[in-house]
Design a protein around this ligand. Structure first.
Ligand SMILES: [Zn+2]
Ligand SMILES: [Zn+2]
Ligand SMILES: [Zn+2]
Length: 258
């Protein structure tokens, strides 16, 4: 199967509070290195014909302005936590210029969350100028978003099901601490894997740095980037220097071409 050329842009690589965290004076939050400044986690995926984002973070507006994204076709949601959905209201700018709804793909759990967080988007009697979406339930197999084939991967965030997404040779997984064996098969063969790695110490719902490194080795992935990073992980340059040569921390604005 031919796969379109893709450009991936990391819109944000921080955990739910972002880095720096409000009110924190730690050495990471005080760092002057721009790579230690992390908006909430999301990626932009662009083929020649299609532009989609994975999640709409509280920083969505800032992220789309920073990357000068003039067109948006679709949003794919991983799970309904606030740091992954809060920016949905700002898709209204794309509705205004494109004069049509945005295609939104989510599992049923996330759809419930969207209806709870944004009831006005789903109301019968809509206020003018609010976001307009066309909601799709993500199937249990590869589906097409424009010209981009997407394979959903079911992972777990403590007990919450979360969706990772494989786009050709690139797989993006955030907010997980467990991946069932049969879902690991869907990741194998990826040339690039993005995984969440919150901090060095164990956490109940996120992979720690050592857990993420072990998973990259287990799945024999040639190149990996870590995201959803807490200020507790440490400085970008220091942590990168400790990692195996095929793994690095992602940073905001990083672009990959596939
Ligand atoms: Zn998160
Ligand atoms: Zn801090
Ligand atoms: Zn989460």
């Amino acid at each position: 199967m031919s796969y379109p050329d893709l450009r991936i842009t990391f819109l944000g690589t921080g955990t739910s509070g972002g880095v720096p965290m409000i009110g924190c004076g730690c050495y990471v939050c005080s760092s002057q290195n721009t790579k230690d400044k992390r908006l909430r986690s999301s990626i932009l995926v662009q083929s020649p014909a299609t532009t989609l984002v994975v999640d709409t973070t509280p920083d969505f507006r800032t992220q789309m302005l920073r990357e000068n994204v003039k067109k948006l076709d679709a949003v794919l949601f991983t799970h309904p936590h606030k740091d992954h959905v809060a920016g949905l209201d700002d898709i209204k700018a794309y509705n205004f210029f494109q004069k049509k709804p945005i295609e939104v793909y989510a599992n049923l759990l996330t759809q419930e969350g969207l209806k709870r967080e944004f009831p006005y988007i789903f109301s019968e009697d809509k206020y003018p100028g609010i976001p307009s979406i066309h909601l799709h339930t993500i199937p249990d197999k590869t589906f097409l978003v424009g010209d981009i084939p997407v394979t959903p991967i079911l992972v777990y965030h403590l007990k919450m099901p979360v969706l990772g997404f494989r786009f050709g040779d690139f797989t993006y997984i955030t907010d997980a601490n467990r991946i069932p064996e049969e879902e690991k098969e869907k990741i194998k063969g990826s040339k690039i894997l993005v995984l969440n790695a919150l901090r060095k110490n164990h956490h109940i719902s996120h992979f720690s740095l050592p857990e993420a490194v072990n998973l990259v080795e287990e799945l024999k992935i040639p190149k990996a980037y870590f995201t959803h990073i807490s200020h507790q992980l440490g400085l970008h340059e220091e942590i990168n220097a400790e990692l195996p040569p095929n793994i690095e921390l992602a940073c905001d604005g990083l672009q990959l071409h596939l």
